[in-house]
Design a protein around this ligand. Structure first.
Ligand SMILES: Nc1nc2c(ncn2[C@@H]2O[C@H](COP(=O)(O)OP(=O)(O)OP(=O)(O)O)[C@@H](O)[C@H]2O)c(=O)[nH]1
Ligand SMILES: [Mg+2]
Length: 362
């Protein structure tokens, strides 16, 4: 039987590994297996490129544009050009297309095809080409990527100086995602008021050496918030990080009218997944923030290993050709941060990992 450490929730990662059959009767687990096999033949598989392809929006050029502010299960919230909000469903023309927060779309105020009268009548018919797309590796071939935010200019990875603890490798993973999306990365250290000036996250040292922008902030006493606002200017930033690090609290500090729901921590010191969907929030006086739900980790499955050279610039080129040949415990390597090599090895392997649900996966 699989055991979970305290505070470790069952996230998407765990779903990959099958379920605990020992608790169930044998017949029930057989039934489950048969159902899984049936599902495997029925599911629509997407290869990683097809999933990102958008249908031609040209035929809809006469319709108005809007920004996707938030996705719900049956509809989406849109922000129109005049900043007013509109709720719309997705037309069947977009079947198979994944939309995400920040997408620029064209919509028809009246339905272009039959729609349930109980649902909103406006319909999104096209998605415009994206300036940028922040994504992470998906769970399986039905969804090779999980789309996080479209059309952002910057990625802000938020890490609390205390509570919840930063998982090893999260910063490097965020760097991979930012590089893939072509977004500059900022590290936002939150909850500075909780610790003394000298205390810091040691994981930040290698990033500081690389010249990554690091902002020390406290939403509680306002430390660093004005400087961060100035750094944002009129651009669009997407905030990501573990649940409970204070992303929504920071957005509220930027934009009190946003009045986003914020949550406490569990008794295990982890967040509560207070934010459940990514949300686009234009700020008074320019700039836009995209708040997102807390993440446990960021999968890099399917990303290009070539990106790792920029994430780990301290390692010689030949190490990056086959990092698995190295032993992080080898004293001759004279490593300042041996955990950085371990992290490189983990990312390297995960990038080429095969879909764990695929038949015959090795
Ligand atoms: N002391 C202190 N507490 C903070 C600060 N920022 C956030 N918090 C607290 O941290 C808890 C979590 O904050 P949220 O803003 O909900 O965290 P989140 O990152 O949005 O979490 P999810 O929506 O679950 O991803 C709340 O109890 C906040 O009051 C800060 O700067 N200082
Ligand atoms: Mg939140």
């Amino acid at each position: 039987m699989k055991k979970y450490r305290l505070g470790q929730s069952r996230g998407a990662e765990d779903l990959d590994r099958g379920t605990d059959a020992s608790r169930e009767g044998r017949s029930q687990s057989k039934r489950r297996q048969r159902r899984a096999e049936r599902l495997e033949t029925d599911i629509e598989r997407h290869d990683s490129e097809t999933m990102l392809r958008l249908p031609d929006a040209g035929p809809w050029a006469h319709l108005p544009e809007a920004t996707l502010v938030q996705r719900h299960s049956q509809w989406v919230d849109l922000e129109r050009e005049d900043r007013s909000l509109l709720v719309a469903t997705l037309s069947g023309k977009l079947k198979g297309v994944k939309l995400c927060c920040g997408d620029r779309v064209r919509y028809s105020p009246q339905p272009v095809e039959a729609v349930d009268p109980k649902l909103p009548q406006a319909q999104v018919v096209a998605v415009l080409p994206r300036r940028s797309l922040l994504k992470r590796g998906g769970i399986d071939d039905r969804e090779p990527w999980q789309l996080m935010a479209a059309n952002a200019d910057e990625l802000w990875i938020c890490a609390a100086v205390v509570d919840p603890p930063l998982r090893p490798g999260l910063l490097e993973r965020a760097q991979v995602l930012a590089l893939d999306a072509g977004l500059p990365l900022r590290v936002i250290v939150t909850k500075r008021d909780r610790v003394s000036k000298q205390d810091t996250l040691p994981e930040l040292d290698p990033l500081r050496a690389q010249g990554v922008a690091i902002h020390e902030t406290s939403a509680l006493n306002g430390e660093g918030v004005a400087a961060l606002k100035a750094a944002l200017g009129g651009r669009i930033a997407v905030l990501i990080g573990h649940s409970g690090v204070g992303k929504s609290t920071l957005v509220n500090a930027f934009h009190p009218e946003a009045d986003l729901r914020t949550g406490g921590l569990t008794k295990f010191g982890t967040g509560r997944q207070t934010t459940t969907a990514a949300r686009w929030l234009p700020l008074e006086g320019g700039g836009t923030l995209m708040d997102t739900p807390g993440i446990r980790t960021l999968s890099v499955r399917g990303f290009d290993r070539g990106l790792l050279a920029s994430v780990f610039p301290e390692f010689p080129g030949e190490w990056l050709e086959d990092p698995m040949a190295l032993d992080p415990e080898d004293e001759d390597l004279d490593l300042e941060f041996p955990e950085r090599l371990q992290s490189l090895q983990r990312l390297w392997q995960e990038m080429e990992e095969r879909n764990p649900n695929q038949r015959g996966a090795k």
